[in-house]
Design a protein around this ligand. Sequence first.
Ligand SMILES: Cc1cc2nc3c(=O)[nH]c(=O)nc-3n(C[C@H](O)[C@H](O)[C@H](O)COP(=O)(O)O)c2cc1C
Length: 189
Amino acid sequence: MKKRLIIGATGASGLPLTIECLKILKKAEDVSACLIMSDSAWITLKQETDLSSEELFSLADEVYDPRDIGAGPASGTFRTAGMLVVPCSMKTLAGIHSGYADTLLLRAADVTIKEQRPLVLAVRESPLSPIHLRNMQELSMIPGVRIIPPMMTWYTRPKSVEEMTHHMAAKLLEPFGIESENYHRWQGI
Ligand SMILES: Cc1cc2nc3c(=O)[nH]c(=O)nc-3n(C[C@H](O)[C@H](O)[C@H](O)COP(=O)(O)O)c2cc1C
């Protein structure tokens, strides 16, 4: 049976990263991608890409409505390999930090923490306020929670934004044991 990975997408900038992660997961034979888009993520998707909702949904194996608080990911008995929130807004970060699980996306993150499964947060905002930094710092202390901001990388000599996006997406999926093609790890000088 394929292992499920929950992909939560929120209204922070970075929807091309969500898409790239889903494309990598499509190629991974042993992983099933369960997508939860927040309402605000649709606004940034439209702003940042030309992808239709149908095209986006076709990249995922399962799609959940963020208002469907009774769906599988709301329960710990729904077995998953963890959850990646990409991109993760400061609002969703705050919701996860406080355990305020009023949507399926927030509840799924809450469940991931309580079940001690890996939770990766691709937090995105600039500049960061003391509130954002406190929320990140405190969440990073929980075993299994990783704060991985989508920061640009130059040492791979990317020739395009797409190449850099791919590198970042691969880095976000690495904690779940998912390998992707053309991911250049630093080999030393
Ligand atoms: C084009 C656009 C870009 C945004 N970028 C960010 C961002 O990088 N980080 C962030 O925290 N919020 C950003 N926001 C604001 C969030 O969308 C907003 O706080 C929203 O309420 C988040 O809700 P959600 O976490 O439920 O998706 C952006 C909004 C828009 C319209």
